[in-house]
Design a protein around this ligand. Sequence first.
Ligand SMILES: C[S@@+](CC[C@H](N)C(=O)[O-])C[C@H]1O[C@@H](n2cnc3c(N)ncnc32)[C@H](O)[C@@H]1O
Length: 395
Amino acid sequence: MATELEAAFNSAAQLISDTSKLVRIVLSGRRRNMTVPFERIDIRPVLIKGAITLQIAQNDGRVTTTKNIEAKDFDSSSYLEMGYANILVEHTSGALTIRITKKGEAQVHEEKGVREQNLEHDRKKSRLLDASDPFLIEVGISDSQGRVKPTKADKYLQVEEFLRLLVPTLNAAIEAKQIAKPTADKPLVIADLGCGSAYLTFAVHQYLKSIDMPVHVIGIDIRPESLKRNNEIAKKLKIEKSIEFRAEAIDQTSLTSCDVAIALHACDTATDDAIAWAVTGGAKLLLIAPCCQHDLQTQMSQVPEPWNILTKHGLMKERLGDLMTDALRAQILKLLGYRTEVIEFIGGEHTPRNIMIRAVLTNAKADSKDAETYKKMLSDWQIDPALASRVNLII
Ligand SMILES: C[S@@+](CC[C@H](N)C(=O)[O-])C[C@H]1O[C@@H](n2cnc3c(N)ncnc32)[C@H](O)[C@@H]1O
């Protein structure tokens, strides 16, 4: 076995052995000249009768069969060496990806970022937000009986999953002193940009208050009718001292800064306005789930070869434009000193707009290569992303 592959397997095995931090393992793809028993194997630690057990879900392309092996009896090397070409090991502070090339070489990628470990056996996630919470009834996600309305089930899950990412990221940033520990005198300032009916705004406020985190939450939306409705709800819930709304365009808001900027599906370039406003004000943490985008699609006329193979199909051109938009947003944030990741915050069945850009301000100086690849992308495609002109990017 090539030494670097052996070293990669050793690193993976070491991460897997610490089941207190292991989040999941995914094995997929087949190595050249090797056969694998299943198309994909997902492994995660679960707690069964007080013992950490590895739940192994094996999918043969049609059905998934599951078996459990006690952690102490789990032989990670037999799985790592089974013949899979792609190996992902996620743990609570990052992920290790190994891709084994046709030549049998290991391409190893390590990523930092908080992930949540869920040891529940039956995979039913416990809810952060109780459906009968008065705020969910007031905002119209739940009915008067405290049941999530079928028409709002997707929004409820989007908000839940958003929170599920926000909370550990926030705690990690506070622990790493990237965000000052909020106090009653200096609460954490969170801006929800393009808040609309404020499902997420209220959820963030109510959830963080419930875990005793002092917060001041501001929802910004251009529509005056949202302001009126949201203010009435805040009053009814008697929380108007720590949550407020402004009917303003994001790029002209009277709010000057925040600690944490969030945006869930702010339309098109409103997402760029949100990112630009947040970084200009020095926001420490951004969680941005973009919406539809048209900015780059309209600029993609000078297609560098051989990309025309994709762009000649309208559907693919649109998807490529979406991916390029978010990739460039992430790259700009990196160039501005943010540690940036792009993740799926919810399954695609709940919304096709399920990408989230998560960025923590570290002020790390980006590699000159990062600036070069960014500039090359813009010059090859003859594009000028909306975010670039909104931020002061000196490269
Ligand atoms: C698709 S909705 C999402 C609302 C909410 N975040 C949610 O997920 O339920 C987008 C919202 O962004 C608001 N919006 C769009 N452009 C804006 C801008 N430039 N400034 C402020 N709000 C904007 C719209 O009024 C709308 O309420």
